[in-house]
Design a protein around this ligand. Sequence first.
Ligand SMILES: Nc1ncnc2c1ncn2[C@@H]1O[C@H](COP(=O)(O)OP(=O)(O)OP(=O)(O)O)[C@@H](O)[C@H]1O
Ligand SMILES: [Mg+2]
Length: 473
Amino acid sequence: MGECQAGTITTTPEIKDVTKMERIGAHSHIRGLGLDESLEPRQVSQGMVGQVKARKAAGVILQMIKEGKIAGRAILMAGPPGTGKTAIAMGIAQALGKDIPFTMLAASEIFSLEMSKTEALTQAFRRSIGVRIKEEAEIIEGEVVEIQIDRSITGGTKTGKLTLKTTDMETIYELGHKMVDALNKEKVLAGDVITLDKASGKISKLGRSFTRARDYDAMGADTKFVQCPEGELQKRREVVHTVSLHEIDVINSRTQGFLALFSGDTGEIKSEVREQINTKVTEWREEGKAEIVPGVLFIDEVHMLDIECFSFLNRALEDERAPVVIMASNRGITRIRGTKYKSPHGIPIDLLDRLLIISTSPYDEESIKKIITIRCEEEDVSMTDEARDVLTKIGVETSLRYAIHLITTSYLVAKKRKATTVEANDVKRVYKLFLDEKRSVNYLREYQEQYMFNEIPADEEMEGVENIESMES
Ligand SMILES: Nc1ncnc2c1ncn2[C@@H]1O[C@H](COP(=O)(O)OP(=O)(O)OP(=O)(O)O)[C@@H](O)[C@H]1O
Ligand SMILES: [Mg+2]
């Protein structure tokens, strides 16, 4: 059953940008990978500090992605918690720019969606492949001289005439009722400069003509003035837009419709739809109308995938329409989900064999201090040097993440005593208020009898992660 006929595949959803609210997230200070032209990492740049080897490797990968020639490469970032794996992936995303798709997926997410795991992964793969479509549009561009609308006596059909001019010519166009409606909807008046897309009949207002600058009655406060266009009224213009394969799938799947793109409620997409779209896109590519832009799929916490997902990945990576897949894991040798076998990072050996591995290592004191300084700026917190030293020491002894979390909390404590700058004592106070992981574990050892569901024998070595893994089975 064909969901969409060949030739009528749509690629543009009519609503384009949904604005996202920007908050100060864990990685909001990262603006790129901080590399110079020759891909050498600068010590501190674009919010990135240290971790030089991994950043340089990421830069090479970035170059490969930008050139767009290689499909289906997979990279694993492996290293202890808090060593910047997710941060580097975010840096890659920032450096890619808008035109190359970047999709982020936490491996555990695919278990919570109302669709099969492989469908969720397929969608994530197709979200990460862009199709850059070149279209030549015929447009009419000119200043409106006059609009004349004739209503029939019954009021049903409307027709009219539209007079448009450039500095060189003037033409009268006959209007059908659709065009009359479109002009009304855009509130087009004489003196506006408009463009009219001949294929879709879409009208857009560019602004008011300078020659009409003195007609005060016809404008609001935000009126934009433009020159009356020159030359011919009819022009050809090339428009380029990039959409992901997944977006094309959703728009053309009759049961979903493009609105599903905004609710995220896309459900499962029929494989027939995908096949048709693949064929169409290949056709466009052969005709020179479209280019495939392989993007990036970032799968964080990849050890949470199970054996079925891993074998899906093995196969999906071999497709010519595969993105570059970047994975991250902080696990050592651990059980592969869905099996009783252990493997490095919880990833089966046959997949590991296809991966390029970038490793990250813990930060030294100097880097921790710099990261904390950057985060203070990002979170708009001013701090004395002494306080920063205390925080750095905490970062070295506990973890970078914990130290970062103490920035805003100690600022709140400082604010409470009506100060605007965080001092060492504020940091020490929050250090006592909030436990880090080590102190929390020690605390639990000491008081475990008082908690419910206590399963850890007093003498057993507790390795948080491994215990969660074994509890699961
Ligand atoms: N090189 C760096 N430069 C600047 N900020 C960094 C750097 N590395 C890490 N950070 C910041 O430190 C925090 C922890 O790093 P991140 O979340 O990337 O660690 P991770 O390796 O993904 O850890 P996990 O394995 O626990 O997921 C984040 O807020 C991150 O933005
Ligand atoms: Mg992470």
